[in-house]
Design a protein around this ligand. Structure first.
Ligand SMILES: Cc1ncc(COP(=O)(O)O)c(C=O)c1O
Length: 386
């Protein structure tokens, strides 16, 4: 062969004796086939097989299998973000005329997706209270999916997942949950009969604030096929380089989360004792759904909220932070504060109040404590002056 050809064809080498603990990053768009017959029958390869890089390489399959094992399910699909995971579930399961029911406490872009993307397609949505007290009354023959999120975004209500699943099953309705806060380390939705367990891998699996990815795990192969069909039509896939970051992150997830959960609960208790405002942490008795949390969850992660009594003096306190960074998202090594104003479709007791969401990272707890001390001193001093 001539040089130009030698440049394009990589020689095959022996991998004998090469065993590493790391997962190779297999990058590929094109997949090649050993012969004409294999190419002609490539469509018959099952969903775990390989036909085109967009649908995953062996690197992706390793993460899928690892998440499937943690979720206690049968299949997992990977998508480019947590929001994409939610969108793909909804699009795969709902057609014009159908309705999805979502809790008032859902991650706000879910409502935005329903209102701005699904509604023009003729797919309806209705919002129910996080405690599900008005859920059954909203069920009619158009409802095909009940969405859940526990604890709720920012307001932290813990939903009674087993009760909602039982209700949905009585009506032949599918259920899905955003399990990003707990991850399958602290709550296993599929074991409670939920059909779709979704997480933003962006948070605790990634673990370092540098990755965007989402996953959906299921027990039912037909539901997996519908998700994968939807992804294929939309041209959605996840690059193996990003998957390799998730594979690195997941190795330390259990230790990180145990530490973050412990420190976050200590700080939440101290802030509640200090009386800085209503502390919303599922492990505190004052949090809506606390009894359900104790019954169903193996522990708490590192995110909780505080309903601030007076929002107007927030900015000087935020500007004085030295350890906490100001920003949304969570799951990384840095502690974050994100002020949020909650607007709900249903009447909500916390509407129009500023809620401060805290993500606890891996810094020394003493430095976090000092930062919080200074933060609330400024907040309350300014208030007293006002
Ligand atoms: C509860 C929850 N679900 C889903 C998402 C979306 O994840 P991503 O940022 O990967 O789209 C977020 C992101 O903030 C979230 O907080």
């Amino acid at each position: 062969m001539r040089d130009a050809t030698l440049c394009t064809i990589h020689p095959t080498i022996s991998e004998e004796g090469y065993t590493a603990l790391t997962v190779p990053t297999h990058r590929a768009s094109t997949i090649v086939f050993p012969d004409a017959a294999a190419y002609a029958t490539r469509g018959q390869r099952d969903l775990d097989g390989f036909s085109y890089g967009l649908h995953g390489t062996p690197t992706n399959r390793v993460l899928e299998a690892q998440l499937t094992a943690l979720e206690g399910g049968r299949h997992t699909v990977l998508v480019p973000s947590g929001q994409t995971a939610i969108a793909v579930i909804f699009l795969a399961m709902l057609k014009p005329g159908d309705t999805v029911l979502i809790p008032d406490s859902a991650y706000p872009p879910v409502t935005g997706f329903c209102r701005n993307f699904l509604a023009p397609l003729g797919i309806g949505h209705r919002v129910y209270r996080p405690d599900a007290s008005d859920l059954e009354a909203q069920i009619d023959s158009s409802v095909k999916l009940i969405w859940m999120e526990a604890p709720g975004s920012t307001t932290m209500e813990v939903q009674d997942v087993p009760a909602i699943v039982a209700l949905a099953k009585r009506h032949g309705i599918l259920t899905g949950i955003d399990n990003t806060w707990a991850t399958p380390l602290l709550f296993k939705p599929l074991a409670h009969g939920v059909d779709f367990s979704m997480q933003a891998l962006t948070k605790y699996v990634g673990g370092h604030s540098d990755l965007l990815m989402g996953s959906v795990s299921v027990n039912d192969s037909e539901l997996r096929r519908r998700l994968r069909d939807q992804m294929r039509m939309l041209g959605l896939g996840v690059p193996p380089d990003a998957v390799s970051l998730a594979l690195r992150g997941i190795e330390t997830m259990a230790v990180r989360m145990a530490h973050q959960g412990r420190v976050a609960l200590e700080l939440a208790r101290e802030l509640a004792d200090r009386g800085v405002g209503e502390v919303l942490h599922p492990a505190l008795p004052s949090c809506p759904g606390h009894e359900i949390f104790k019954r169903d969850f193996a522990g708490a992660s590192g995110v909780f909220s505080i309903v601030l009594p007076e929002a107007a003096r927030l900015n000087p306190a935020l500007d004085a932070l030295r350890v906490f960074a100001i920003g949304a998202s969570w799951g990384g090594t840095r502690s974050l504060m994100a002020p949020m104003t909650i607007t709900r479709e249903n009447a909500h007791p916390r509407n129009d109040k500023t809620i401060l969401r805290l993500q606890i990272g891996l810094e020394d707890p003493a430095d976090l404590r000092a930062d919080l001390e200074a933060f609330f001193d400024i907040l309350t001093t300014e208030q007293a002056d006002a």
